[in-house]
Structure formats: C-alpha cells, structure tokens
Design a protein around this ligand. Structure first.
Ligand code: HEC
Ligand code: HEC
Ligand code: HEC
Ligand code: HEC
Length: 492
C-alpha cells in the first residue's frame, strides 16, 4: 500500500506510535482501560490553566512525545547478541515482560535476513573498553584473591546502583519501575555485553539522542561498578525453570534461535542483506525506529543538540521531564515543577539537587545524578526566574517573623486538626504519608505554604491532604508555626 498524503501518514504514525503501545500497556498492566475520575480531570484542568504559567525563554521538549518510540537500530548489532535479537523479533513480549513492540509475525528465515541487514548498517565499532583480566572470568574460574577484588568492584557498583535508583524507571522481573518508562532488566544479561553497557552508562545520548533515560554524571569507577553488578547479580539473569518431577509440563513451542555460528556464515551474504532490507521496509519498522538506509516518508527533523546550554541542556541530559512536569510537558511521577520557583527556596534546592535528601518518606525519591555545583546553579537560577505564578502569592510573614504566641497557637492547632497523622514535624514523630515538616521553613516559601494550606488540591490535584477550610486566623497561626520550622541556628 502506498500512502497518499502526509496527513494520513501522520494519522497512522500517531495511531501506531501513541495508541498501540498505550493499549498494549493498559491491557497488560491494568487488564482494562483506566477510568479517570472526573473530579480529578476538573481539578487537573483548573491546575493547568495556562493563564497562570509564565512564558518560558526556552521550548520544552516532552520526552513522552518523541517522534520514534523505539531506539535507533543503526548499531543495535553491537548492543544485542544475535540469539536475543532472533527471539525478540519473533516475539517481543515473550522476551521482555514489559515490551511495547508488537509481534510482527515474521518467520525464522525472514528474521535471519533482518538481522543480517541490521548487521550491514552498523557504523560504530564495538566500543573498546579495557577490563582487568579477572573481570572477564566466570565466578568459578576466579582465584580467591581475584574473587575478592571482583567482589569489591561489584559491591561498589551495588551501592551506586541503589543511590541512582535505577529501579524507579526499570522493573526487574515484573516488580518496580514506577515511573513506567524503562524496559524490564530481569533478563538483561541475555541481551547486552559489558562493553555496550559501559558505553551506554557513560553516554546514553551517543546511542539514542531521544532516550528517556537520565544521563547520570558517573565517574569511570561508578560505571565499572554498575557494569560488574549488572553482569553478575542473579536478579539480571533468567530464573531457572523448575522442572517438577512427575507432572508433565505443557509443551512450549520452542522459538528458533539464531546461533553465532550460523550468523557468521550469513553476515556477508549480500542477497540476504537485500532481502532483509526489503522485509524491514515492508514491515514498516521505520514507523517506530530510526533506521539508516531506509527512506523516510516523514522527514526527520534534525535537532540542534550541540548548542543547548544551561538549564535546557540539563533538561536534555538528565531528562528531568521523564519524571517531573513543567506546564503541559512531561511525566507525573515526581512533583510538578511548573511553579517550583514560587514554591521552593533556592538555597535549599541548590543543596538538594546535588545531594537529594528524602522529603517524602514513602517510595518517591529523587535519584542521585551527581549534579555539579554549576548544574545546580543553572537549574536554580532558571527555576527562580521562570517557573513562577504570574501573580504574586499573598503572604502573612513577608515583613517579619511570627510572634512566639502565634507559633504556640499554631502548634496547638496542628495537633487539634490531626495534621500529625500524616506529617512528622519535630521530635514528637508523626505520620509518613506526607513530607516530614521538620525543616519546611527552609524548604518552602511562606507564601506557598499559605497557598497550600488554603486548598491543598490546588497545589496537587491528586493530593490526599483534606481541605480543612481553615479561617484566616487559623491560617495565620498554622503558617506561623510552619515557617518557624527551620534548622535551628547555633545558640538557639
Ligand atoms: C509500533 C512500533 C514498532 C515497530 C513497527 C517496530 N518496532 Fe522494534 N521496537 C519498538 C519499541 C517501542 C522498542 C523498544 C523496546 C520496547 O519497549 O518494546 C523496539 C525495540 C526493537 C529492538 C531492540 C532495540 C534495542 O536497542 O534494544 C529491535 C532490534 C527492533 N525493535 C527491531 C525491529 C524491527 C526489525 C522491526 C520491523 C521488522 C521493528 N522493530 C518494528 C517499536 C516498534
Ligand atoms: C528516568 C528513567 C530511567 C532511569 C532513572 C534509568 N533508566 Fe535505564 N533506561 C530508561 C529507558 C526509558 C530506557 C530505554 C531507552 C528509551 O526508551 O529511552 C533505558 C534503557 C536502559 C538499558 C538498556 C536496556 C535495553 O534492554 O535496551 C539499560 C541496561 C539501563 N537502562 C540501565 C540503567 C541503569 C543501570 C540505571 C541506573 C544507573 C538506569 N538505567 C536508570 C530509563 C531510565
Ligand atoms: C527519575 C525521576 C526523576 C528525575 C529524572 C528528576 N527528578 Fe527531581 N524528583 C524526583 C522525585 C521522585 C522527587 C520527590 C523527592 C521526595 O519527595 O523525596 C523529586 C524532587 C525534586 C524537587 C523538589 C520538588 C518539590 O516540590 O519538593 C526538585 C526541585 C527537583 N526534583 C528538580 C529536578 C530537576 C531540576 C531535575 C533534572 C535536572 C530532576 N529533578 C530530575 C524524581 C526525579
Ligand atoms: C491525609 C494525610 C494528610 C493530612 C491529614 C495532612 N496532610 Fe499535609 N500533605 C500530605 C501529603 C501527601 C503531602 C504531599 C503533597 C505532595 O507530594 O505534593 C502534604 C503536603 C503538605 C505540605 C507541604 C507541601 C509540599 O508540597 O511540600 C504542608 C506544608 C502540609 N502538608 C501541611 C499540612 C497541615 C498544616 C495539615 C493539617 C492542617 C496537613 N498537612 C494535613 C498529607 C496530609
């Protein structure tokens, strides 16, 4: 079928890229279409009224709306081994639990041709990384001394992995991955090799400029540690299928797998390469993948990535918008940053960005990206200047701190209203549903706390905090109590 117009193509593109993975995702994860509460939509609309947004000096790129949903295939042969590739193309969902790519119904001969074609378009050589000899040995081949050295690298990597919170984006054997964007890594060792992983973690963009994964500021040591951890820890290796004695297991249809040996014999076959190219064109792999050598019906707009600077560069590299939302772009896993400049105090934020501390004790936490002081400066300066409410929010304590009496009545009110069921605020303990408010006066602007107290759902439409309908006097007291929550200065 030839496509008549760019409009119909656009529709198909949108349908395939957006709807298909969505429906697949929904049926797999929820078993049914998700119903969104109408009240939520109403609040959401109210919250997102563009009239309140300030005009930004940069154009935000939404990582969720990239032109091609799949990764570029130009160097995939260096990433994935041929056995994995043949299983993947035959049946993505059977290969990776949360795969989004559809089953295209190719047979084994077609798959072989496709792989040989993919090999022919590779550009880069396999990244050449030097490893100490013992790191390339299997565990049972290591001497005691070597094992100890390897174990040190491994454990260092385990620590980096934990602080980097890789599992908030990546599920492992079906659990985790709350952001909902990364592939399941539970069997990743059957796909990739250590050289590729080293290269990916050091520079994701050189493989996939539009990736939703953050480019961490790792040191060489950090990367080597994670590689050791991922390539050796059992959580990244398929679970052995238990063979129950006595019961007859249902016969699973075996997928034919291309062996390295057969591949070596086929890889130079120019007729097969041509066949593979034809199949790739017919199967419309290019709708989702950037593939060198396959003519594009939709011209891909080259973006000028190298001229990005300051906060824009940070957004691109760290992919803040995979987790956060700014105005109408980005994800909803982490706090919305649209008004972060009106909300957060920048001295606190500068420190937080470089070394994130736990604000919300339950699960949601920002990974440690190792942002530099300069990164943090770019971010805070941009946020302070641009991510603001258009109107200045009212405040009671702009011109002076609350009196001791006001603070005391605020404290009484805090416990009367039961705020402590969800919040801790000091030495007395309290709930963990909401953020710990022990130093909320350092973290949040007083005017924003007032805005939040007047109606918690305006700040966060999904928020569980009830609207207490506090009177002006009560608001003044409660606010006084909260702004007084700063890290105690010396001698105080
Ligand atoms: C409807 C969109 C779509 C189409 C069409 C499609 N793919 Fe994919 N493909 C994806 C997505 C999305 C991924 C990323 C993994 C995932 O989440 O499924 C992917 C991943 C891959 C990978 C693994 C890449 C990597 O870096 O790990 C290969 C190889 C691949 N596709 C090959 C093909 C081939 C060959 C065709 C055509 C025969 C094709 N795809 C058609 C969506 C598609
Ligand atoms: C912000 C979300 C996010 C975080 C955090 C994240 N990743 Fe990823 N990662 C992704 C996405 C998304 C992909 C797939 C490429 C794409 O679609 O952009 C990916 C791809 C990968 C791949 C390739 C998997 C494959 O099958 O192709 C590996 C390996 C990987 N990530 C490891 C890590 C490690 C290790 C960490 C922690 C240091 C990490 N990721 C943190 C989102 C994330
Ligand atoms: C992998 C997801 C992820 C990415 C990427 C990410 N963050 Fe976060 N961020 C979070 C989470 C989760 C929190 C909430 C932390 C908590 O409550 O303990 C957070 C909190 C914050 C906060 C405090 C917000 C508040 O209202 O309390 C700021 C500011 C922030 N992030 C800025 C950034 C910036 C700037 C970037 C990019 C340079 C970024 N984040 C990238 C997940 C992420
Ligand atoms: C049912 C639980 C619950 C109760 C009761 C509750 N809160 Fe909260 N509160 C939350 C949650 C959850 C958040 C975090 C919202 C978010 O993540 O954006 C929050 C956030 C806050 C914040 C900080 C806003 C921010 O974005 O960091 C303040 C200040 C606050 N609450 C004060 C109060 C006060 C004062 C009371 C009593 C009048 C109260 N809360 C009662 C759950 C609660």
């Amino acid at each position: 079928m030839r496509l008549k117009s760019i409009i119909s193509l656009h529709k198909i593109l949108l349908m395939t890229v957006v709807c298909m993975p969505l429906t697949v995702f929904c049926t797999i994860s929820f078993g049914q279409d998700r119903k969104i509460d109408t009240l939520y939509l109403e609040l959401d609309m109210k919250y997102r009224i563009p009239e309140q947004w300030s005009v930004l000096p940069i154009e935000l790129e939404d990582p969720y709306k990239r032109v091609k949903n799949g990764p570029p295939l130009v160097n995939v042969i260096h990433k994935a081994n041929v056995g994995w590739l043949s299983r993947w193309i035959a049946n993505p969902k059977k290969t990776v639990q949360n795969a989004k790519m559809p089953n295209l119904g190719l047979n084994f001969d077609e798959i072989k041709a496709v792989i040989v074609y993919l090999n022919s378009i590779a550009e880069k050589d396999v990244p050449d990384v030097t490893w100490e000899g013992f790191l390339l040995k299997k565990e049972d081949e290591l001497s005691d001394e070597e094992y100890e050295k390897m174990d040190k690298v491994f454990n260092n990597g385990k620590g980096v992995w934990g602080r980097a919170r890789c599992t908030i984006c990546h599920p492992i054997k079906g659990s985790g991955g709350n952001v909902g964007v990364g592939p399941d890594l539970g069997e990743i060792t059957t796909k990739i090799n250590r050289n590729w992983l080293y290269d990916w973690l050091s520079n994701t963009k050189s493989h996939f400029p539009d990736t939703m994964m953050a480019q961490y500021r790792f040191t060489d040591n950090d990367v080597r540690g994670i590689v050791e951890f991922v390539m050796r820890d059992t959580q990244f290796i398929p679970e052995e299928k238990e063979e129950d004695e006595g019961t007859v297991a249902p016969v699973e249809q075996e997928v034919e797998v291309l062996s390295e040996k057969e591949f070596a014999g086929l890889r130079q076959d120019s007729a097969l390469i041509e066949t593979g190219k034809n199949i790739v064109e017919k199967a419309r792999c290019f709708v989702c993948h950037d593939i060198k050598g396959i003519s594009e019906i939709m011209p891909v707009v080259e973006k000028k990535r190298d001229v990005l600077a300051g906060f824009e560069k940070l957004l691109y590299e760290i992919k803040c918008l995979t987790c956060h939302r700014i105005q109408d772009k980005g994800g909803s896993y982490a706090p919305n940053l649209t008004f972060a400049g009106s909300k957060i105090k920048m001295d606190w934020e500068r420190v937080f960005l470089q070394a994130p501390d736990i604000i919300r004790p339950l699960s949601q936490q920002m990974p440690k990206f190792n942002l530099t002081e300069e990164d943090a400066k770019f971010a805070t300066e941009f946020i302070e200047k641009n991510l603001l409410f258009k109107e200045t929010l009212p405040d009671f304590y702009k011109d002076g701190a609350p009196s001791v009496e006001v603070v005391a009545s605020g404290e009484k009110l805090f416990y009367e209203k039961g705020c402590n069921t969800c919040h801790a605020e000091g030495t007395k303990g309290g709930g963990v549903v909401g953020p710990n408010l022990a130093t909320v006066g350092d973290r949040l602007r007083s005017s924003y706390i007032l805005y939040h107290l007047k109606n918690p759902q305006l700040a966060n439409p999904q928020g569980v905090e009830p609207n207490f309908g506090l009177s002006d006097d009560e608001l003044k007291q409660m606010l006084g109590f909260l702004v007084d929550h700063v890290q105690k200065k010396e001698g105080k």
